[in-house]
Design a protein around this ligand. Sequence first.
Ligand code: C5P
Length: 226
Amino acid sequence: MKPIIITIDGEAASGKGTIAKFIKKEFNFFHIDSGMYYRKIAKIIIKKKIVLNKKKEISDFIDKYKKIDFTNNKSLRSLKISKKSSEIAKIKKIRNLINLNQKRLVKANLKKYPGFVIDGRDIGSVVFKNADIKLYINTNQKIRAKRRYKELIDRGERIIYSNVLNEIKIRDEKDKNRKYSPLIIPENAIIIDNSCNLQNTKKLIKNLIIKKLSNKSKNANKYRKK
Ligand code: C5P
């Protein structure tokens, strides 16, 4: 049976990652956190003090980093990297490089996993438009900021809550208003409110996936019998 593809899009810190990890564990799916790709590039740009304003600067960067290893993604959650990642996310060539890498990764693992779960901002609307299930996660902004603040504090960052809230607001604005692949609710997406109870969210999504898998296997059997 062809593996199923689930996309999860939503604003910053809406809980996409937690939900994706839950799906990965529950169904043994392959998970791609597309935000990490943007963060990885942002980290390089910060570290090497690279400027990407002109077309030539962008092309040179792409040439140099097209074979970048996106699988090693440690310590990319800082506020500074978050901010930079949404700045470079408006560059079409960077988006194309990342999308190509994600598609390659799925293709390379097609035979190994029963399904894939990919989370980000443009996954259901651009990268995997034909996904079997498209989810859009809605979470109240203050709740998102509180969760992200706690996460950063737990990681040992020295920050104040109002800066986290502010950073999330600015990033959401940028992600929704950029020219290429802005964050939108993808066509046919199921909107899930994740402001209150994560357990309910998980239960709901689990049932959706079970239903999809069972329909797929019924259809696969139908074809086999023919
Ligand atoms: O999901 P995460 O917060 O790690 O993403 C960091 C940033 O990367 C986002 O704010 C967004 O600007 C960018 N991004 C994107 N498209 C994706 C995933 C992330 O533009 N599919």
